[in-house]
Structures are given as C-alpha cells and as structure tokens.
Design a protein around this ligand. Structure first.
Ligand SMILES: [Mn+2]
Length: 567
C-alpha cells in the first residue's frame, strides 16, 4: 500500500574518503564533486568521515577551499524512512472523519493524538470495519452509536430546530420510524432500549413525530429536508426532545448517523513509539513479531513527528554514498555496509565490497586517487578551476611524496605538468608547502598520531592496523618514541586487533621506521633489521609506500605465520 510521502532526507550523494582521512582522501572528494558538478550531476557533495590534519588544513588554506562537511555515520535511521507528513485524528474524531482520511490518503491506520500532539494510540481500518460490519443476530448492537448530538448534526449537515445537551457523549440506538403508529413504541420494551436513548428517523409522518415527542425520545430526525409543523417544534421544545432536519433520505441518514460515532472506543492505546534517531537495523528486530499497521515516531516531548510501517523498514535505504581513495568496508564511514554505494574511485588493493547492483568501480594502480580524478577531467575535455587544479596537485604530491614513492606512475608527472599552470603554482613550491606543514608528532597527542592516518585491514578473520606518518627526519619520532609505542599498544588493545604498526616515513631520505605492537609471532617473522635496543622498531630502507610495499609484505608474513595464536 502506498503511503503518504514527505521525506526529511534529501537526495544528496556524499562523496567520502576513508576514515582518518589523508590529503588524497579529502582532495579527491573535493575534486570529484567539482567534476560531477561540471558534468551536471549536482546531487554529489564532498564530505569526510574523520578529522582534518595540519597538512589538509595547509592545502585547503592555500587554495581558499572549505573543509568538506563531516558525515561520521551513514547508518540508516528511522528519520530516513519515516513519513513526516502525518494525518492524525483525536479521540473526539468521528468514524466519518477517520474514514475520510484513510480513504483520501490510502493508509491502513491513523495515529490518535491529544490536543498537544502527543500520541494516545492508533485506530486502524480493521477496527473501523469491524465496528461497521452488520451483526444481524444482534439488532441492538447494530443500532447502537456512541456519539454526541453535535457530531450527528455535523455529519448530517442538519438543520437544528431544537437541541438539548448537544455535546454529551451517549450510547444511542437508531431506528427508522417506518411502521404504523399503532406498532410504534413496542420495540423500546422488546429490545430494552428506552425512549430517552433512542434516535428516530422519520419523514413527514405527523403521527409518528407526535408519538416520538410523547415518548420523549432523545433525538428526532426528520429526513429529506422536509418542512416540520411549527406545532411539532413547539411540543418538542416543551418536552425537551432534540429535533433536527436531515437533507438526506432515511436510509442514507441512518448510515451517516452511524458514522458520527466517536472513535475513542476503537483507539488501540498499545502502540510502539520510536525516536527519529533509532537505527533501522535495531528496529527491525523489535517489530519482527508485531503486526501493528503503523509505528509512531515521537520527539523528546513525546509529540508525534512521523509514522512508518513494516514495509518501510524493508525498503532499501535511500542514503547513497560514493567512495574515493578506499574500497574496503573496514576503512569506510560507519554504516557504509547498510547504504547504497553508487561509485568507487580508488587506487588501493581490492577489499571486496559487496553491492546489490552493478556500480561504477574505477580502480587504477596509479599514485593517487587525485590522479584518476584529474585524468577524468582531462578525458572529458574539462579544465578544472584553479583551486581544484591546486587540490588535485596536492593529492598527487602528498600521496607520491612528489613523485618519489614507488607507487608513482608516468601519469602523475604528466598531470602535474598539466595542472601546474592552471593552479598557478609549481609542483616544487606546493610540495615544500605541504611537507613543511608541521609535524603531526609535534602538533598532536600520541593517541592522535596513531589514529590520524590509520587504516584497518582484514585478512580473513584477522584484523590489523597500519598508521602512517610522514616526517622531515626522525628526530621528532625519537624524542617521543616511548609515548608513541605506548599509544600504539593501547590502540591495538582498544580495537581488539591482532597487531598494530606505526609506519614513520622520512620524506627527506625516503626511508621508514616500523613500530610493531601486538602479536609476537608476527613481530618475530619480520626480517627487516631492528633498531639496536628496540626489539619492536624496524628499519625499512627504501620503503615508503603503505599500499604498495608495506601491506603486501605484511600480507605475506601473515600467511607464513598461519593463524597466529594469542597476542
Ligand atoms: Mn590515496
């Protein structure tokens, strides 16, 4: 069944780099947004799922660009699937009013709220139907309406000739006065429905009208918009009988009076309420064995802000993301496994992201994701804005250590030559700015150093992390070595990883140090020389690339160690 739709979420597709973003992750997201916009796909917007760092700040500052919006979690939440334009009723609403909303908006149930918009329950089309189903064996029940005379007047759009206590809620019994006046009145005794609880529907039958007033019925309804003798009106007033004129014939009038019944006896107060920020995945379990047609979403004041049904929970999430500079779920924004990934632009090993549908997956073994994005600009015959050319250069320079990393391909040199005049800066000048942008070790706490450019990798069930920092010389590292080692051990333990390493690269000499925490078997299997007096720190001459040199090396070691025992 189609429900009424007004969604809070827009149709934006966030372009996200990996967690703990580096310059290439941020720069490629910004540049890819610019490319998409140039191609007319304006629903793409650059974002980030981690904090900036000194290098990223320096680059964005240089080219006058803002840091992309932080999107730390894309897990589908109730607010993403709920219908926020809700049609509700109150306990005083009539069947007619509820049914009209159900019919107009094609829904199965309606929320019932109080005057402050707080949820009191729900009323469903099944409950209303049940109340309307004829019960031939129980004539008294079929005649019963629970309503106020004012609700009946409203439903019939009736002319009022006399009315007593119109707002009282009463159990009343409807009957058409079609019989001879001599038989009229017997039913009151037979059915045990006293005259003062009766509604009598009658045409221009003067004798029946008179008899009803004599009996003192609660309400007399004259049908067909017929004239009423002024004497009858006068007697009704004297006797305290409510008297109205319905524009409809007797059959329709009887039917409409039944719809004037207030819904409050049908309200199911046992409703489940949720918060907009509840996760869809956790709600699925909580409502699995529930058959409610409608679930309520309330704010912190218990006011109704939306509704959803079980089928809304089963629809695929409308959140969409594009991944740049990574393709492994362990490195992606939280909740990435529960939303639609529309594209992946990357230059890392394949980490097997399963998708429901075919997607654009562009993975090239080049020096940076910015190289791929810059090349896309070129192949579309587009020239990036100077600032975008600048961030593209920055991503390339940062990832390839100005074309020095073994990941560098001829493409990077070519692209820097093309971009440099557009951005108005030479590669060398930009590299100097980027690499002098401050030591992470000096500007951050040891915990932040470990987490700032940290990636988690999965080999089967085994999980490990590699944090990388780039420094001008190793002096800052050695003066903080103990605190950094401790922070690395703490991180490894906190994240329940098999092992964690810190990969410190000296940009000047293109050499690296590797600090290892966690599993000992793995550490013993490393065949690089370790630094004298430091069992856990190794010297990796000429190794500068995490993805191309270090990760393949660690993968091989992991396989040779087999399934390592405890830490
Ligand atoms: Mn990269």
């Amino acid at each position: 069944m189609q429900l009424f739709y007004t969604f809070i979420m827009s149709n934006l597709i966030h372009i996200l780099g990996h967690k703990n973003p580096d310059a290439d992750a941020i720069c490629s997201a910004i540049a890819y947004e610019a490319l998409k916009h140039a191609l007319g796909e304006t629903d793409y917007v650059a974002a980030r799922c981690g904090n900036s760092n000194a290098r990223i700040d320096t680059i964005l500052d240089r080219f006058g660009l803002p840091l992309p919006k932080f999107v730390g979690d894309v897990t589908p939440r109730i607010e993403d699937i709920m219908h926020s334009q809700v049609y509700s009723v109150t306990k005083e609403s009539t069947f007619a009013e509820a049914l009209e909303l159900i019919d107009t908006h094609d829904v199965r149930a309606l929320p019932v709220v109080d005057a402050d918009g707080k949820v009191e329950g729900s009323v469903s089309i099944f409950d209303l139907g049940e109340a309307f189903i004829p019960k031939p064996k129980s004539g008294r029940e079929m005649r019963r309406v629970y309503a106020s005379i004012s609700a009946i007047i409203r439903s019939l759009n009736a002319e009022v000739l006399n009315v007593i206590d119109p707002d009282d809620q009463e159990d009343l019994y409807v009957r058409v006065g079609a019989m001879d006046v001599r038989s009229f009145g017997k039913h009151h005794k037979e059915e045990g429905t006293p005259a003062e609880d009766s509604i009598i529907i009658v045409g221009d039958r003067w004798d029946i009208q008179e008899r009803c007033i004599q009996l003192g019925v609660r309400l007399l309804v004259i049908t067909g918009g017929l004239e009423v003798d002024p004497e009858v009106v006068e007697r009704a007033k004297l006797k305290g009988v409510s008297l109205i004129v319905s524009p409809y014939d007797s059959a329709s009038t009887a039917w409409i009076i039944r719809t004037a019944t207030h819904i409050d006896r049908l309200v199911d107060a046992d409703v489940k309420c949720f918060l907009p920020e509840d996760k869809v995945s956790s709600i699925k379990n909580r409502v699995a064995n529930c058959n409610a047609p409608l679930y309520m979403v309330v704010n912190e004041h218990e006011e109704l802000v939306g509704v959803f049904s079980k089928s809304d929970l089963l629809r695929p999430s409308r959140k969409r993301i594009a991944l740049v500079d990574h393709n492994e779920l362990a490195q992606a924004v939280n909740g990435a496994d529960q939303v639609q990934i529309t594209e992946i632009i990357d230059h890392h090993r394949l980490g097997n992201v399963p998708t429901d549908q075919p997607i654009l997956f562009m993975n090239r073994p080049v020096g940076s994701t910015c190289s791929i994005v810059a090349d896309l600009f070129r192949s579309h015959g587009l020239t990036p804005e100077p600032s975008i050319a600048g961030v593209l250069m920055s991503g390339i320079i940062s990832d390839t250590l100005l074309l020095n990393s073994p990941t560098t391909t001829p493409l990077e040199g070519e692209l820097l030559e093309w971009l440099s005049p557009i951005a108005g800066i030479t590669s060398e000048a930009l590299a100097e700015l980027i690499f002098a942008s401050g030591s992470v070790i000096l500007s951050s706490s040891p915990e932040t150093v470990i987490r700032s450019d940290c990636k988690v990798y999965c080999e089967g069930d085994l999980r490990y992390s590699v944090s990388q920092i780039e420094e001008l010389g190793f002096d800052n590292f050695w003066s903080n070595v103990d605190a950094l080692e401790q922070a690395l051990c703490d991180y490894c333990e906190a994240e329940s990883l098999l092992f964690s390493v810190l990969f410190v690269t000296d940009i000047n000499t293109q050499n690296s140090l590797l600090v290892v925490a966690g599993n000992h078997e793995l550490r013993d299997a490393i065949n690089y020389p370790h630094i004298k007096g430091h069992d856990t720190i190794f010297e990796l001459q000429g190794v500068v690339s995490r993805k191309k040199q270090l990760i393949p090396y660690l993968s091989v070691i992991l396989k040779s160690v087999g399934s390592p025992s405890g830490v």
